[in-house]
Design a protein around this ligand. Structure first.
Ligand code: BGC
Length: 454
């Protein structure tokens, strides 16, 4: 475990860490903006007297915006680069954050949540792509997963902000407006960082790419790496979006989509956003359940750190498989808790299962989905493939979040959690059979092995 930390804080790697933290502010805003809305909703409803449908759309507008944002970024991350796409995302965060904080009516609020979604959707994958393309193989898993750490921190801070601003006048405007600060930091911070070396080579700017790599590698290593990227770019030739679904790349596209969809079908956002409600149903008092929802957030952060420390040693597959298995056990337990009266007296047992679920997700599907979609696709088509997987992830997020309450009515709580567990089992079987291991290889070696360019 200590190996990653020792290596990451050594000499040149400090620049890499700074780069990863700034780029991962996109992840922070992703977590904060999706997390804050459940706390803000109560007060918005009081001010605007919103209908149930309007409330659902205040949540949904961001998710729809995120799908559109991810689609736009598939083009801009190639055309203008990962760096400038993230500068644009930071700027849009600031505009969307201000517009939602000052919204005079529900219409403007919905519009500004959609605009924020554009930034969330594009930053969600471009952050990961940018960091992954800068990082040497032996640190790539951990450093790239900083983005997931920032997502989980954003969710946790959103829980805390919502608790701190309770019962203050104009509460929800502050809750939404605060995202302007990290938005601004992202836009300005990205202006000061270099472009991705891989994007530079793909645009025939090899000398600039070499200069960027020299900030974290020796001269010799940088020369070798640029030569390897150049060779890969030349051999790959032109790629079009339809190629993603042709024989050679189809298995990789399916793998990315499976990771994207299973990450949501296991019900993570139900747990993240409804944990206070779930805990209230266990008979814990309202105050207790908020506090314990915070402990769900803390568990998510802590186990993401565990994943960061382990992922380059242990590899992606072992963490993914173990983490998902733990999450499945927790879901079966949670369902049983709601099903069997004998367990009901013990509220803490339900809490224990929620925390176990969060720990399993945080070491497995949470970081591994985002990391692996940045690794398995060839450079020539990386942004477009990542964008397709990201859109699928947001779409599945939308469907699962919207259906949760209806599903509970239909299947009951036990049935709902057992259904999530069943998806988890299918995921484990699929991952075991089909998912490649990507640790310790350069992105170019992975491209040669998986897409058959060698
Ligand atoms: C997922 C989000 C989820 C978060 C929870 C992310 O990787 O994409 O949908 O809310 O993890 O930690």
């Amino acid at each position: 475990m200590a190996g990653f930390a020792r290596e990451a804080f050594r000499g040149n790697n400090r620049f890499l860490l700074r780069l990863a933290v700034i780029a991962a502010l996109g992840g922070f805003l992703f977590g904060y903006d999706t997390g804050i809305i459940s706390g803000a909703q109560l007060y918005i409803q009081k001010d605007f007297d919103t209908s149930k449908l309007a409330q659902q759309w205040i949540v949904g507008a961001l998710l729809v915006g995120a799908m559109v944002g991810a689609a736009i970024a598939s083009w801009s991350a190639d055309r203008f680069g990962r760096k400038w796409t993230k500068v644009a995302a930071g700027t849009i965060y600031v505009i969307g954050g201000l517009a939602s904080a000052f919204a005079p009516n529900v219409g403007v609020l919905l519009g500004s949540r959609f605009v924020l979604g554009l930034a969330v959707g594009s930053a969600s994958f471009v952050s990961v792509e940018y960091i992954s393309e800068h990082t040497p193989p032996k640190l790539r898993g951990g450093v790239t997963s900083f983005n997931q750490l920032m997502i989980t921190s954003g969710i946790l801070i959103a829980y805390l902000v919502a608790a701190a601003f309770q019962n203050l006048p104009g509460t929800w405007r502050w809750m939404l407006g605060l995202s302007v600060v990290p938005g601004l930091a992202l836009a300005i911070g990205m202006l000061m960082l270099p472009s991705s070396p891989r994007w530079l080579v793909a645009h025939d700017r090899d000398d600039e790419a070499r200069d960027v790599l020299r900030r974290t590698r020796s001269d010799q290593e940088s020369d070798d790496e640029v030569a390897e990227i150049r060779k890969t770019v030349d051999e790959a030739g032109e790629t079009r979006i339809v190629d993603l679904f042709r024989a050679r790349l189809r298995p990789l596209m399916v793998a990315g989509l499976a990771l994207a969809i299973f990450q949501q079908l296991i019900g993570v956002n139900t747990i993240v956003y409804y944990s206070a409600t779930i805990l209230k149903a266990t008979g814990l008092s309202a105050g207790d359940s908020v506090l314990q929802a915070v402990s769900v957030g803390v568990t998510n952060v802590v186990f993401t750190i565990v994943a960061i420390l382990l992922i380059d040693r242990a590899g992606r597959r072992p963490l993914l498989l173990t983490g998902t298995a733990v999450a499945v056990v927790a879901l079966v337990g949670l369902g049983a808790w709601f099903q069997f009266d004998s367990l009901h007296a013990q509220g803490w047992v339900a809490l224990a299962f929620l925390l176990l679920f969060m720990a399993g997700f945080a070491v497995g599907l949470g970081p591994v989905f985002w990391l692996m979609i940045s690794e398995i696709y060839p450079l020539g088509i990386r942004s477009r493939a990542m964008s397709v997987a990201t859109i699928a992830n947001w779409a599945a997020n939308f469907v699962v979040s919207f259906l949760f309450l209806a599903l509970v009515d239909w299947l009951g709580r036990p049935g709902t959690f057992w259904l999530y567990a069943a998806f988890g089992i299918i995921a484990i079987v699929y991952f075991t059979l089909k998912l490649p291991e990507t640790k310790d290889r350069s992105l170019e070696q992975i491209e040669a092995e998986l897409s058959g360019t060698k």
